[in-house]
Design a protein around this ligand. Structure first.
Ligand SMILES: NC(=O)c1ccc[n+]([C@@H]2O[C@H](COP(=O)([O-])OP(=O)(O)OC[C@H]3O[C@@H](n4cnc5c(N)ncnc54)[C@H](OP(=O)(O)O)[C@@H]3O)[C@@H](O)[C@H]2O)c1
Length: 329
């Protein structure tokens, strides 16, 4: 039996559809029963409602040992998709607890239950920092603890360290490091938020470059890796290194709204995040633009996908075509 953590998230819900389609017996974790409705709605979006009832749901927070113990009964394979994505400075503790401590718990239960293989959904945020002579981030680019990292990146890197610790203790696993994942159904989180903002009309664009990938590619690769003989490797998953401007333009065109036309330059963003910090201190409100968000939107980081292409012989969905496709439905 397969255990999938984070069955109510973008990646977990998409993986569930494919796993059930493939005839797997799957137990999926949730924290709040209401969130299961999002997964159910996604099955309906793909007209796969009839498959939904095949999921065995189990309430389990990855930081709750008792709940995890029950979730792991009879499990052979694990997709660990549960995680917190946040760039709010106030979420530092929650990020560490969910992503590092939660992953340590998952690893420990995998070891205790002789799980055959674990697939962990990490992020490009956990990849290393380029040295001066390097231009492209790969799986072996070294993490430099002296360079600034977001709390999210630190938590994902810390989670990977738990996976590597598990490997040393005999757990067979694979790690995937996707770029920003594009997909339908989850408007209030991740790239769904970007769509929502573009739909409302966005004036500013930035020219920073980062990695993007469509969710069906992430699902396909995770399943192929867990069923392969590949163990104890990590793979960067990027279909395209694209500027935010290009992605926002594609989203605007797909949603039939005006493209953002004002270039938010680096110096403007540097002022904006400081003003946002001041406003959030004054009004005790959540941050809209943190230092990390501002800098990553005007900096460029290019990632290589050569390793996964060579090992799995796969090609990727064109992200701009995919943006059009999911906006239409
Ligand atoms: N989305 C992206 O662009 C992206 C890119 C790279 C890597 N990733 C990684 O991929 C993984 C899945 O991301 P996603 O896009 O599916 O995120 P998501 O849509 O925000 O879903 C996160 C999932 O994790 C669950 N979760 C959060 N905290 C938990 C806890 N303490 N215990 C158990 N479950 C918990 C959530 O449950 P609730 O519904 O109860 O909140 C939800 O099911 C994450 O680890 C993320 O870091 C995502």
């Amino acid at each position: 039996m397969v255990l999938l953590t984070g069955g109510t998230g973008l990646v977990g819900a998409h993986l569930l559809i494919r796993l059930i389609e493939n005839g797997e017996k799957v137990r999926a974790t949730y924290r709040n029963r209401n969130a299961i409705e999002k997964t159910k709605a996604l099955f309906a979006y793909y007209q796969k409602e009839t498959l939904f009832d095949a999921i065995e749901w189990k309430e389990a927070d990855v930081t709750n040992i008792t709940q995890l113990e029950e979730a792991f009964i009879g499990i052979e394979y694990v997709y660990h998709c549960a995680g917190l994505i946040s760039f709010q400075p106030s979420d530092e503790g929650r990020l560490r607890k969910t992503n590092i401590e939660g992953t340590a718990n998952v690893v420990n239960f995998c070891l205790a239950n002789n799980v055959i293989k674990l697939c962990y959904i990490s992020s490009v945020a956990a990849l290393g920092d380029l040295a001066e002579h390097e231009t492209v981030v790969t799986e072996s680019t070294e993490w430099n603890p002296e360079k600034p990292h977001s709390d999210y990146a630190i938590s994902k890197y810390g989670a990977e360290m738990e996976i590597w610790r598990g490997q040393q203790e005999g757990l067979q696993s694979v790690i995937i490091n996707p770029g920003i994942i594009l997909g339908p159904g989850f408007d209030d989180q991740g790239s769904g938020l970007l769509y929502k903002r573009v739909a409302k009309g966005l004036s500013f664009y930035t020219t920073g470059v980062t990695a993007f990938i469509a969710v069906p590619d992430v699902v396909e690769i995770a399943i192929k890796l867990i069923n392969s003989s590949i163990v104890n490797e990590r793979y960067t998953l990027v279909a395209e290194n694209s500027s935010y401007q290009q992605i926002l333009n594609s989203m605007s065109d797909a949603l039939n709204v005006k493209r953002p036309s004002i270039h938010a330059k680096g110096w403007l963003l540097e002022i904006a995040w400081r003003l946002d910090k001041f406003a959030s201190f004054l009004f005790r409100s959540k941050r809209n633009l943190t230092k990390y968000m501002a800098r990553s939107s005007y900096n460029s980081r290019i990632f290589s996908n050569e390793k996964i292409k060579a090992d799995l012989k796969i090609s990727f969905i064109d992200v701009h075509q995919y943006i059009k496709k999911i906006a239409k439905v």
